[in-house]
Design a protein around this ligand. Structure first.
Ligand SMILES: [Mn+2]
Length: 320
């Protein structure tokens, strides 16, 4: 069944000369790596196709590759492939409803239909792992560069195979491409994990100022002047939420940063027990069961979100 859908996706790709690839706003390495790997395997396989990997660029992820910028779209005769995003409102780079032909490839829980072919594998560690399956099961070509890009997404989204889901299947697939393309993991890790000292100092600030409730919820609101005093930007501060896993004193934790341009609070939430994506979706967000994001406009909404998560922790602890 799954293999059949992968073959259908390949046949669709074959049909179209113009293909746009998009992913979610506020990209992470899996989002960016998946769109560039897919673009590269399509252009490697079909030399004549015009393929665009779209969305706002992030300087931190420049090492993964360069994104495309276009202003005019062929709405009717093109194919859109959405990666790593379950809801239309979080797509970055184009307005999906305007297009006729859509393929969705994702590993997040289903949120809404994109009215095309949908391939959702919640057991996959990352969208890049699904694309590895796509290449392994079709005539799409693999190169060393594509394999490395896919590995960047798989390694980042699984945090070096720490987060679930992570199983024997992904380790087997990864080990095969590392061997076949003689990939140097150390070089790759250096690219993914190298960071300036100022970020580590910011982590120290966060560790010292994180508030922990009696229900085992931890949170911090990172004002922009604090973040910039450490020479960091809001998105890298927000992503540090991943570095606070497995801490005894809390089971759910959230980092709040401010998006000055759109005047909203961006909330990044993690859990090692309670399921958080239902609450996140109440606050203009969503995501995985244990890893979600939300966006709220006012301090009041933010307080409500924190209260809801605190209650979630309380109920979870009661049932243990
Ligand atoms: Mn992902």
């Amino acid at each position: 069944m799954k293999k059949e859908t992968l073959k259908r996706i390949y046949n669709e790709i074959k049909k179209y000369n113009t293909i746009y690839i998009v992913r979610h706003i506020g990209p992470d390495p899996d989002a960016v790596a998946s769109e560039l790997a897919l673009k590269n395997t399509i252009t490697e396989t079909f030399k004549d196709k015009k393929v665009y990997a779209l969305g706002t660029g992030v300087s931190k992820f420049k090492y993964i590759g360069k994104l495309d910028k276009i202003n005019e779209f062929d709405y009717k005769n093109s194919l859109i492939i959405t990666l790593d995003v379950p809801n239309i409102s979080r797509i970055d780079g184009l307005e999906l409803p305007k297009f006729n032909n859509v393929i969705k490839i994702d590993h997040h829980p289903f949120v809404e239909s994109f009215k095309g072919i949908e391939y959702i594998d919640e057991t996959a560690s990352s969208t890049c792992e699904i694309l590895l399956d796509l290449i392994n099961n079709t005539k799409l070509k693999m190169t060393k560069e594509i394999a490395e890009t896919l590995l960047i997404g798989i390694i980042s989204d699984s945090n070096r195979f720490l987060f679930s889901p992570c199983d024997d299947k992904v380790l087997m697939k990864v080990s095969l491409i590392i061997k076949r393309y003689k990939i140097n993991l150390q070089t790759l890790y250096n690219k993914i994990y190298k960071r300036p000292m100022s970020e580590v100092r910011l982590m120290g600030y966060i560790a010292s100022n994180l508030k922990i409730t009696k229900n085992h919820l931890a949170y911090i609101i990172l004002e922009n002047d604090i973040v910039s005093s450490f020479n960091a930007d809001a998105s890298s501060a927000s992503n540090m939420v991943n570095d606070f896993n497995n801490i005894e004193e809390f089971i759910v934790w959230l980092f709040v940063t401010k998006d000055q341009k759109n005047n909203i609070y961006k909330v990044n939430i993690r859990s090692r027990g309670p399921i958080i994506n239902e609450i996140a979706s109440k606050y203009n967000g969503g995501g995985h069961k244990y890893s979600s994001g939300a966006r709220v406009k006012t301090q009041e909404e933010l307080n409500n979100l924190i209260n809801d998560l605190d209650n979630l922790c309380k109920n979870y602890m009661k049932d243990l």
